[in-house]
Design a protein around this ligand. Structure first.
Ligand code: GTP
Ligand code: MG
Length: 507
């Protein structure tokens, strides 16, 4: 999944049936609320990979999907694959059958590439048949494993007769799982964590020796990394695009890649998932997100998980360098829908540049595609006029078409968004706008000079000699002229007018 970023960090996978608290432990170890946590089974779908710095150790931790009851975890992988479609779905975690097979394969890949597995059971519920099946399956993988008994709120000391609840009967056979003594923790209450780290330490240290030296190098790589956030409606092909971008890399760069789950059902991706790969010597982090549904629809279905996933997707905007707004060619809805415009507005508000990628071009004839290409600039410019001419690429994630151009445009747009203009260039622009500007300011503010005070987005302070009362139209005019002059299409700009303080005012 993170071939470039984490290949050299020790990998710890959290495995277990649904709703035992894997995501809570994951969040606890990485120190923030990253994975969606909800008190129903089946929330996490894609495996999540993050760096944890906990108890003085640095390692990679992986949250995996809890696969549901009914799966016959056959010892033979081929049998497991066949068993996939028979898995039942429950609660909010309605899994399309084909996804269960893929998710199970992904969990298998994660275990294979991990150095340590934390196998989690729920102390309050006790052991279920699925715990036994998982444990048997894990035993065949020959991986160092720690057995974690979670939800031991207030009871983190080793299980004893004083525990007067269901867990006593439910857990009495826990040692027969063959995974050693359980470690009792409460991930949500932060109990038993030091004990857990103490048990992880010898294994971490065994692997970590060779990793120690890389931590500084890792940090600088992280700082230089280009973060591309993919947003779009459900089912437009976001996860397919991420898989395609990684899969077109050279073999050694996609080692350990765990593909994202894709399928024709809308709403497959839940948690934002980040994947790192190297493109022409530059580290790229692509973040796949849950498709954003129409607000009305989300509310109407009263589906709390939809609200949570939409929120989690938008929460990623501030940390992104650039947003790829993925659209789908759809003969019914046309190129842009209301949701896309709402999304773009949120992104522009955050000052992030937008690259539009139009997916599923393979579904159109040559003629149809030519027509879409011809009409799209007009439609996009009308809707995103604060960005000038939004850079647009036409792709087919499924057929791996247009991906090179997508990356070239993304890198170029990122460069533009962090443009630092020289004072001389800015002064020339001020001079020209005063001399040949086509629009007079409402109360002529007498522009004096311009200073760039920030990048990402480029932020310009224009100093004027008199108090300023600008109109929206005048500001839009200045912004557009600035964008055209410096070739900043697709980049949100911030131009601020400031009155120059007179000597008297300064004193
Ligand atoms: N024809 C065609 N189909 C595609 C293309 N890209 C994706 N698909 C299909 O579109 C469907 C949705 O793809 P996903 O990648 O799961 O879409 P998503 O945007 O991640 O969906 P959510 O996670 O549900 O929001 C799948 O059936 C894909 O096979 C493409 O370029 N061409
Ligand atoms: Mg998806």
């Amino acid at each position: 999944m993170h071939p470039a970023k984490f290949a050299r960090l020790m990998r710890v996978a959290i495995i277990g049936r649904p709703n035992v608290g894997k995501s809570s432990l994951f969040n606890r170890l990485i120190g923030r609320q990253h994975a969606l946590v909800y008190n129903k089974p089946g929330v996490t779908r894609d495996c999540l990979f993050e760096k944890a710095e906990y108890g003085g150790f640095t390692f990679e931790v992986v949250d995996t999907a809890g696969l549901d009851d009914g799966v016959d975890m056959q010892e033979d992988e081929a049998e497991m694959r066949k068993a996939g479609p028979q898995m039942k779905a429950s609660g909010i975690g309605r899994w399309p059958a084909h996804l269960l097979t893929e998710a199970l394969e992904n969990t298998s890949l994660v275990v294979k590439s991990s150095d340590l597995v934390l196998f989690m059971v729920d102390q309050r519920v006790g052991l279920t048949p699925l715990d036994w099946q998982f444990a048997r399956w894990l035993a065949m993988k020959n991986k160092p494993t720690l057995l974690i008994s979670n939800k031991a709120d207030g009871n983190v000391s080793p299980l004893d007769e004083n525990l007067a609840n269901i867990s006593v009967t439910g857990m009495k056979d826990v040692k027969k799982l063959g995974l050693g003594e359980p470690l009792h923790i409460s991930a949500t209450q932060n109990e038993g964590m030091s004990e857990l780290i103490m048990h992880m330490a010898p294994i971490i240290m065994g692997v970590d020796r060779k990793n120690r030296q890389i931590s500084t190098e890792w940090k600088s790589e992280e700082e230089r990394r280009l973060r591309l956030l993919i947003l779009g409606r459900p089912n437009v092909g976001k996860s397919t695009l991420v898989n395609a971008l990684v899969e077109t890399q050279a073999d050694e760069k996609k080692e350990d890649f765990v593909p994202l789950l894709v399928g024709p059902e809308p709403g497959i991706t839940r948690d934002p998932v980040s994947v790192i790969f190297e493109h022409q010597g530059q580290q790229i982090e692509v973040i796949d997100t849950a498709g954003l549904r129409k607000k009305g629809k989300t509310m109407q279905h009263g589906d709390a998980i939809d609200i949570k996933t939409s929120y989690a997707s938008l929460k990623r905007v501030p940390r992104a360098d650039l947003v790829i707004l993925l659209l789908e060619i759809n003969k019914q809805t046309g190129l842009l829908t209301e949701q896309d415009i709402t999304l773009a507005t949120e992104v522009i508000k955050e000052g992030k540049a937008i690259l539009v990628a139009v997916n599923k071009c393979d579904t159109l004839s040559k003629e149809e595609l030519a027509n879409v290409k011809k009409s799209s600039p007009r439609i996009l410019n009308m809707c995103f006029n604060q960005l000038g001419e939004v850079p647009t690429v036409f792709i087919s994630s499924q057929n791996r078409l247009g991906l090179k151009q997508l990356m070239t445009e993304a890198i170029s747009l990122h460069e533009k968004s962090r443009t630092k203009l020289s004072t001389a260039d800015l002064q020339r622009w001020v001079h020209d706008i005063k001399r040949i500007g086509k629009m007079s300011p409402p109360t002529f503010p007498n522009l004096k000079f311009a200073r760039q005070v920030d990048t990402k987005p480029p932020t310009i302070v224009l100093t004027c000699s008199r108090s300023v009362r600008s109109t929206t139209a005048y500001m839009a005019y200045l912004t557009n002229d600035f964008r055209r002059t410096f070739g900043l299409d697709g980049v949100p700009l911030r131009i601020l007018l400031r009155e120059e303080l007179s000597q008297a005012k300064k004193q």
